[in-house]
Write a protein that binds this ligand. Structure first.
Ligand code: NAD
Length: 489
């Protein structure tokens, strides 16, 4: 009898010797193997420029999974499915060799022609690889053909379009799986469930009851080793265009007709298209950019962004962005969505706060009564919190704020699967719900491009926040103008 769990596929990883493959992909594949999703009928080809043997590759793969629970026998059995093919992505002959190996493995493991291509390397190679995959006949087999790609997906709308066109030569939109690993996180995937499975929340998820929504993706680290890449990108391209706007779309979307990928995507795209695109001076009114200066954290002096060895010493790249977004539709008219993301801040967290409006009639006295807030902690402490007001114990009717806590762990106590593990499994199963569709990517770029275009007209006064602080003052003022504060618990 066919195994229902088991996914049959040849997984070809371009960039198989890289950091992403080692830290994320091999451990994720091993988890899938241990859970029975990958069993006998799978093979992985790692490709990169270096000349490695299969044995050396398997040794590297085994090292990358050594901290994961499992017997030596398991690890050995898993690694035996791995093959290495030295490959220069620009050289045609490499593809001929790779194709021969693919056919051999397809037959050996009875993979039914199912092929998953994972591009774990710099995006400037994506177009070349996709066109070779097509021209050399990698996608002429009977089974499924899917392409997984990593961020960044373009530098602006124009380059994203170019990149997309090059991928579309070989793959249809429904075969392209654009990873946004935030979409693989448990608490992000929880947003539609919380909203649409709970009448209590579903009923109040609108401008009648919600005062504002906040999405914060903050980091304590600086650019570390990524300075060269980051200086060309900045927080707005690295964190806002993709992860932050994806989260906003899940919070703002209307209920889908059904829980199908298509229905959910349609609503997400509609939400993104409803986001107000700022022009001219509206950009400065609604977007704050920042760059970190030096600072002292735990007695240690941290250098400024501009002092990083891989960064231009007069760089105007943003390491912090905060914004007030407006969703122009009936549901959200008048409700600001505040977003922020930055490096070298005082806290590492991804947190969503939904602040509800106060009672119109102050039965319990005055304005000092805390409002109700629903908090979704995406990381590090995955959980959901609801802040309510309850009676202070003792006589009288005095109120006090209380907190209902839900800490998100697996029901059976096992660790929550990592984003990459879930997303790779989804791609093997053909479920693209938690990947970015081209319509989402292009709509987000359009919004972000308008901001960058305005920013480019002026030289910002950077640095404007100290390492270890909460970010530029202007980010607090953005909310203060509307009578709000960043949620900070
Ligand atoms: P990396 O530099 O560690 O690895 C790049 C890989 O590409 C290596 O295996 C290298 O040998 C191979 N390569 C480079 N030029 C080649 C050529 N001409 N022919 C064949 N192979 C070649 O990079 P990485 O950190 O693994 O990142 C890979 C991709 O994933 C990038 O697009 C990056 O932006 C993205 N990404 C990485 C992470 C991460 O955690 N590392 C997270 C998110 C996104």
């Amino acid at each position: 009898m066919a195994d229902k769990l088991e996914q049959k596929a040849l997984i070809t990883i371009f960039g198989g010797t890289g950091d992403l493959a080692n830290r994320k992909l091999y451990p994720s594949l091993y988890h899938l193997f241990r859970k029975g999703y990958l069993k006998e009928h799978f093979a992985v080809i790692g490709t990169a420029r270096r000349e490695w043997s299969d044995d050396f590759f398997r040794q590297k793969v085994t090292e990358s999974i050594q901290d994961i629970e499992g017997s030596e026998k398991d690890a050995e059995a898993f690694a035996s499915h791995f093959y290495y093919q030295s490959h220069d992505v620009t050289n045609r002959e490499s593809y001929v060799k790779l194709k021969n190996l693919s056919e051999k493995l397809d037959e050996k493991y009875q993979l039914e022609g199912n092929r998953l291509f994972y591009l774990a390397m710099a995006p400037n190679f994506f177009g070349t690889i996709a066109s070779r995959i097509q021209s050399e006949g990698f996608v002429d087999t009977e089974g499924f053909h899917r392409l997984i790609i990593e961020k960044p997906f373009g530098h602006d709308l124009e380059s994203a379009k170019e990149l997309n066109d090059s991928l579309r030569l070989a793959f249809n939109e429904n075969e392209i799986y654009r990873i946004d690993h935030y979409l693989g996180k448990e608490l992000v995937q929880n947003i539609p469930v919380l909203r649409f499975a709970n009448p209590l929340l579903n009923a109040v998820w609108n401008n009648k009851y919600i005062a504002n929504i906040q999405v914060s993706l903050t980091e304590t680290l600086g650019v570390e080793e990524r300075g060269r890449y980051y200086d060309e990108s900045g927080a707005i391209r690295d964190m806002i265009q993709n992860h932050t706007l994806q989260i906003v779309s899940l919070l703002a979307m209307n209920p889908p007709i059904d829980l199908t990928t298509e229905d959910i995507r349609n609503e997400k795209v509609r939400a993104l298209r409803s986001l107000r695109v700022y022009e001219g001076k509206e950009v400065a009114e609604n977007f704050v950019r920042g760059q970190y200066g030096a600072g002292e954290v735990d007695g240690e002096t941290l250098e400024s962004y501009r002092d990083d060895k891989n960064v231009d010493s007069a760089s105007t790249t943003d390491t912090f962005v905060a914004a007030k977004l407006m969703v122009d539709n009936d549901r959200w008219a008048g409700v600001p969505f505040y977003i922020r993301s930055g490096k070298r801040l005082n806290k590492k967290a991804t947190q969503i706060a939904i602040e509800f409006k106060k009672n119109p009639h102050h039965l319990f006295g005055d304005e000092s009564l805390a409002g109700n807030t629903l908090v979704i902690n995406v990381q590090p402490d995955e959980g959901i919190y609801l802040y309510l007001n309850a009676k202070k114990p003792g006589g009288g009717m005095e109120s006090m704020p209380i907190q209902l806590d839900y800490s998100h762990t697996s029901p059976d106590g096992s660790p929550i699967p990592e984003a990459y593990e879930k997303l790779i499994l989804d791609s093997l199963r053909g479920d693209a719900t938690y990947f970015s569709h081209w319509d989402e990517v292009s709509t987000s770029w359009n919004l972000v491009d308008h901001v960058i275009e305005e920013w480019n007209k002026e030289t910002p006064e950077f640095p404007n926040y100290a390492s270890g602080s909460t970010g530029p003052k202007a980010a607090d003022e953005l909310l203060a103008r509307d009578g709000f504060k960043w949620f900070d618990k």
